[in-house]
Design a binder for this molecule. Sequence first.
Ligand code: G3H
Ligand code: 13P
Ligand code: ZN
Length: 322
Amino acid sequence: MALVTSTEMFKKAYAGGYAIGAFNVNNMEIVQAITEACREEKSPVILQVSKGARAYANHTYLVKLVEAAVIECPEIPIVLHLDHGPDFETCKACIDGGFTSVMIDASSKPFAENIEITRKVVEYAHDHGVVVEAELGTLAGIEDDVKVAAHAASYTRPEEVEEFVSKTGCDSLAIAIGTSHGAYKFTPEQCTRNEKGILVPPPLRFDVLEEVSKRLPGFPIVLHGSSSVPQDYVKMVNSHGGKMPDAVGIPEEQLRHAAELSVCKINIDSDLRLAMTGTIRKFFEEHPDKFDPREYLKPARANIKELVRHKLVDVLGCAGKA
Ligand code: G3H
Ligand code: 13P
Ligand code: ZN
């Protein structure tokens, strides 16, 4: 199967009450780990590339790695998606350069400007058979010193979504309901502690999601910042020389619930980074004499694969849907 767009995937996911995993890729081991898990679990998948990934690994290397995965995993549909496209030029470069989906993220711009930039990307993308994700609302917790009151102001405003989607023609919409990028999603002050002393973040705003879905029936919604920051990996990092205090993520049950509703794409990156870093830190502490990258990348790749399998089966619900 060649690379596909997310159109059919999202239709089936919406109807079936599950979500497609969108995992960020930066190197060969991560591409292999994700796609091997998806092939074994018969799961559709979105491999996404950020501006930072293109700067790190080079556009062509990443496209060719994903094309290699398509050859190795012919049974599953794979989308190649630009994550957080910052401007028209970057989106155009990806549309011209083999991507089947792009995100234009003009969410930090005023509403009218967001519409204008998004519509320009949609026109070019659709002329080239590529689909577009746009964003409305600002994800909480991006700024280090963001305050709770500021969070409230950054949730997506449901009263804006119909106009935004009809004027831009975008194919899916990322909304802000309380998820947040990175491994430090919330300050300890924003959280409560459970009986094990683990920080529990404020619950996602399902009321906002439901209001958006009511206004956009059948329309695929996207959640960014959806890593759950597995505490086992945080512990692995911290007990092998790392220092990640108070790293906390989105509870997986809440993501599962979102997937049952209108959320068709869930973005996960930080969890994979944690699995890789924890595994490599542990390896080095246990084997200070080793220096062959294949020896430490192999267990890191294996652990990312098992983590992705867990997401497909237990969180996204997309195993067996290829
Ligand atoms: O939302 C951003 C993704 O986690 C990609 O991160 O910009 O460091 O590649 P990055
Ligand atoms: P996390 O940092 O929670 O993994 O979010 C990733 C993301 O939204 C990529 O666009
Ligand atoms: Zn994101």
